[in-house]
Design a binder for this molecule. Sequence first.
Ligand code: NAI
Ligand code: MG
Length: 341
Amino acid sequence: MAYRITLIPGDGIGPEITKATARVLQHAGVEIEWDVQEAGVAALTKFHDPLPQSVIDSIAQNKVALKGPLTTPVGKGFRSVNVALRKEFELYVNQRPAKTFKGIKTLYFDHIDLMIFRENLEEFYSGIEHYIDSSRSAAETIGIITKRGSERIIRYAFEYARKHGRKKITLVHKANILKYTGGLFLDVGSEIAKEYPDVKFDDKIVDNMAMQMVMNPYQFDVIVTTNLFGDILSDLASGLVGGLGLAPGANIGDGAAIFEAVHGSAPDIAGLGVANPCAILLASVMMLDYLGEAEAAKKIEAAIAKVIEEEKFVTKDINPVNPVSTVEMTDEIIRQLDKLG
Ligand code: NAI
Ligand code: MG
């Protein structure tokens, strides 16, 4: 069966790494018809709109999208298209694994296997903010946390843990200071945990959590947290396994899902042909799993693992001494994939 999937090449390194991904998927034996759509700065330049209606219509129709990173201007300009898409399709789950591949020399830890679930719609990403006086000397951001929003992400994390034989969930918060919002999230978590006696549950205050993840990440298994903390801790977790070039993510709702890398458009290396394609490739592996194409997903992951382990054809974020280009690393992944048959 052929899948029709929305492909957003994205900004910066996006076109390079999504092209690599489409090539790899073509060799994995899954028939995909890509519905290519521009968003972000690319769309702003072409259509004067960072999120054209055609992108929304395409995802609404296809229900699944693979998305390159989109540039969001800092402190000014248009609002995040990523956030807008998550809201549009009510993608309340942001699932971000951090797993070590063998062969990366720069790591302090050699077998990390963390799964982070980040609440994806509420709190400080609501976009409700303004200056509170005309001289613009003070600004306010409103972060709302609801019982329903908390319940559904926390329950998703528990269901995931149970289904995948995960032992423990750590809920991360700042309920000592954010007594109402953080407190609500923690209370909801503690209640839901009672329904899952087979999964251990504990909680950590976010600042301590950041330190603990760096000192002893092995004590954690599945992590569930609010939007901003999840954003920050998932970049931190990627640092434990070799950096953003290896960190995939999925935005999942009840009716649609958008798969992407954790990283952004990496303007510092855009166009140089040196970006690591693996983060978005691993996001496409999550996408195949979501579609029920477990075999193809496993094969691509195995091919990536082999290439990383052999070290000869990896980009400079993994091997700064003797790196290859995005295209060369992709070629090698495809060679390994073809070998797997
Ligand atoms: P970034 O994630 O783009 O880059 C951070 C650092 O990691 C840079 O040094 C970059 O070169 C490196 N890096 C990222 N991906 C890499 C890859 N595949 N291979 C090798 N190195 C890689 O974060 P930054 O610079 O803070 O943000 C740039 C833009 O991306 C901003 O406009 C931001 O809003 C946007 N962004 C978009 C996201 C999305 O579309 N989901 C997520 C995060 C940021
Ligand atoms: Mg981020």
